[in-house]
Design a binder for this molecule. Structure first.
Ligand SMILES: [Zn+2]
Length: 728
């Protein structure tokens, strides 16, 4: 392949042993797949190809290996192919010439040999020994012919990816795409499909400069790998048109003569200089998928100029790519296959919602439909285009899993979605207006996610910190982005430039004990508490503070009229349905009361103002994502106990009990020293998943991750490629 440079070993190990292992395990545990014809292989690409009238296949003078992104598919995964640089077919005379074309009866030809009116003689470019004795018969009777071939090359049949349903090549390469972005962590492409158009090969590239072995970064990287695998498996504008009905027939009707062509397919060109619609030599292809898969909507001021439900494309379909322009698409496009429709209505709690909105602004301004959910309504969801800093960890919704179900390629276990909490997980149960209306209209936000002026601050959705409003004023904005009377808009195109709370103040993190109080950093008038158990609440609570050496700092009531986001400690009940709220009192804490419902007001004797309660679910729920745990996502219940032995140089051991992970329910129950070099560790789990022993494995260049123990119908093998051009 290409010149090899050693990857940073710790990054290789991170990606191979943890990141991809868990991402693969997650999808393998969630999905069942309709089996592809096995083993998985791709076709070599012929060059200099032509076809005689009697040929069914193309004859080619050369061949190339297919690529997947920048990766050339290794021979092992390719089907056999024969190419010949010299090819010569029949020539005719006399009675074999009918209507200016040669009609040979191969049966007669074989009988009469050179006496027949068809003959093979060396001609320019033909093999010199071209004769019936050396020629290859193609077909028979009048439909057949004899063909001579010379200087041929036979590429052998590769063994393919055996026993796998998807084969993914993983690279850690500082590619051009990586170098062109400060934030790109990984990207993926799929290549090659099975007999039902399901993708069977893919490449994922991780940008090395964005990879980190820091434990804090791990979940985000795993989420990214799960996201990229979803692109390879199903979630792509290249795949939507290939979705199948439950009986395996294509959702979009195919051409009767060539099933690779779609009904209503057009090709178009698109570049920075403009687009040319219905160009048969175009660099892009498009199928009008509505009404079965997608629909377009004119809402929030958009006026769809794209060919969805129409036969023409207007230039307005595409937006000018990149700064300094505001990216201004013309369409709102939604995915509306049955399971997606049902789940997205439930997600937003909007029974009339017509589908799940796709992102309409991405890096490439030439796409008519895109390969992510709309960031404005699905921020932090797995298939949103960008991870959302300071909002909440990436989560997997049932809406994304529904896309797998509706592809017709997979059965998806929708209960493998992450548990969601209204108010915490962006958009969840936020209603029809949130899903369809402008995020901010006339200066009024549609929900507490959004804001309208620079000096606004609020609690983060997960209530662990205080966030500021990300907004800037422009001289003028297009009507669709007219959110405030003073032309305030957010900075992110993917959010439709919606101003929202995302500016983090490093000294206003409730869970960080080094944070400082408001409105004055030196006097804790609002009785704030910063601790691991602190959460953010809107409050006007205030009290005078005694001064050292006598006297008090006066908390003036007029300074505490408006709610501020402040931090107080919470103690949740075991059922999570209420929590006690504690505020600072001198160097200690004092309970204010119990919050059991949203917007309940608490007061404190001797202090002015009130604290507004948050819904107990927002404060007391475990908000960690499950999908990062690989196949250990399942909810806790009784599980097996596993023991394994490890080697230690310790001379004595103490029995202990440690919970390794509350979420996966894995508990280290015993630690037994036997002798001086062997210790037995006993693990028990309350999760349904089977515990597997983890051990250090020697890594081999093409190591298929062992998927044993999982349903055979959902095996995904991952191969990490080391031999690549540049490793950082
Ligand atoms: Zn993506």
């Amino acid at each position: 392949m290409v010149n090899a440079h050693a990857a940073a070993p710790d990054l290789v190990e991170l990606v191979n042993q943890t990141v991809m292992a868990r991402a693969v395990a997650y999808w393998a545990s969630v999905l069942q797949v309709r089996q592809a014809q096995s083993p998985l292989k791709m076709d070599r690409i012929g060059t200099g190809c032509f076809k005689y009238a009697f040929d069914t296949d193309w004859r080619c003078s050369g061949m190339q290996s297919p690529t997947c992104g920048t990766l050339t598919i290794p021979d092992k995964y390719l089907r056999a192919k024969r190419t010949c640089q010299e090819v010569c077919g029949p020539r005719c005379s006399g009675s074999c010439v009918q209507g200016n074309s040669c009609v040979c009866n191969t049966t007669e030809w074989l009988l009469q040999q050179d006496n027949y009116c068809c003959f093979l003689t060396p001609q320019s470019g033909c093999p010199s020994d071209c004769s019936l004795a050396t020629a290859t018969q193609v077909g028979s009777g009048f439909g057949g012919a004899f063909v001579c071939e010379g200087t041929c090359l036979d590429a052998p049949e590769g063994e393919g990816a055996v026993g796998e349903d998807l084969h993914v090549f993983v690279k850690i390469e500082d590619s051009v795409e990586c170098q062109n972005s400060n934030t790109l962590l990984a990207y993926a492409i799929s290549c090659g499909v099975d007999q039902c158009d399901r993708p069977i090969f893919g490449t994922i590239n991780f940008c090395p400069s964005q990879l980190s072995t820091s434990p804090d970064a791990l979940n985000g990287i795993i989420s990214t790998a799960v996201h990229e695998l979803a692109h390879v498996l199903v979630f792509s504008n290249e795949h939507f048109r290939n979705f199948r009905n439950i009986d395996g027939t294509p959702l979009v009707r195919r051409d009767s003569t060539d099933p690779r062509l779609y009904e209503n397919e057009v090709r178009y060109t698109c570049s920075a200089s403009g687009s040319s619609w219905n160009n048969t030599n175009g660099n892009r292809r498009y199928v009008d998928l509505s009404p079965g898969i997608l629909d377009a909507f004119d809402e929030r001021g958009y006026n769809c100029q794209c060919p969805i439900g129409t036969e023409t494309l207007n230039q307005g379909c595409f937006y000018p790519a990149g700064p300094p322009y505001l990216q201004l698409p013309s369409c709102v496009v939604r995915l509306k296959t049955p399971t997606v429709l049902r789940e997205v209505r439930d997600f937003f709690d909007c029974p009339t919602l017509p589908g799940a909105e796709l992102e309409n602004q991405e890096g490439n301004g030439c796409s008519i439909i895109n390969s992510h959910w709309e960031q404005r309504v699905f921020a932090s969801e797995l298939m949103a285009p960008a991870s959302s800093e300071h909002l909440i960890d990436t989560y997997v919704s049932r809406v994304s899993l529904a896309v797998f179900q509706d592809s017709g390629w997979y059965n998806a276990n929708l209960s493998a979605a992450d548990p969601l909490v209204p108010g915490v997980h962006w958009g969840y149960k936020q209603g029809c207006n949130f899903a369809t209306a402008k995020c901010v209209d006339g200066g009024t936000p549609v929900s507490r996610h959004f804001c309208s002026s620079q000096n606004q601050v609020s609690c983060s959705l997960d209530r662990t910190s205080v966030l500021g409003c990300d907004i800037q004023q422009l001289d003028a904005v297009p009507p669709v982005y007219q959110y405030t009377p003073d032309n305030g808009i957010g900075v992110s195109a993917a959010y439709d430039y919606c101003p929202h709370y995302t500016v983090r103040y490093t000294n206003r993190i409730c869970t960080n004990s080094n944070s400082v109080t408001v409105p004055y950093s030196n006097v804790n008038f609002m009785k704030e508490v910063f601790s691991a158990e602190s959460r953010c609440f809107l409050s006007t609570l205030h009290q005078d503070v005694p001064q050292d050496g006598g006297g008090v700092f006066l908390a003036r009531a007029e300074d505490f009229v408006d709610d501020r986001p402040v931090c107080y400690k919470v103690v949740c009940t075991s059922d999570g349905r209420s929590y006690q709220l504690q505020v600072a009192e001198g160097t200690g804490l004092v309970p204010v009361g119990v919050c059991s419902s949203e917007n309940q007001k608490l007061t404190l004797a001797g202090a002015g103002g009130t604290i507004t309660c948050a819904a107990p679910a927002e404060v007391c729920s475990d908000l960690s994502s499950l999908h990062v745990l690989g196949d250990q996502w399942q909810s806790p219940s009784e599980g097996p106990t596993t023991t394994f032995t490890a080697t230690s140089t310790a001379t004595s051991m103490t029995a202990t009990s440690t919970t390794l992970s509350t979420r996966s329910g894995v508990t280290l129950t015993t630690l037994t020293a036997t002798g001086t070099s062997t210790l037995t560790v006993s693990l028990s789990t309350t999760s349904r998943a089977t515990l597997t022993q983890t051990s250090t494995q020697d890594w081999e260049p093409e190591q298929a991750i062992n998927m044993a123990g999982r349903p055979a119908a959902s095996m995904i093998a991952v191969v990490l490629i080391t031999s690549i051009r540049t490793y950082m």
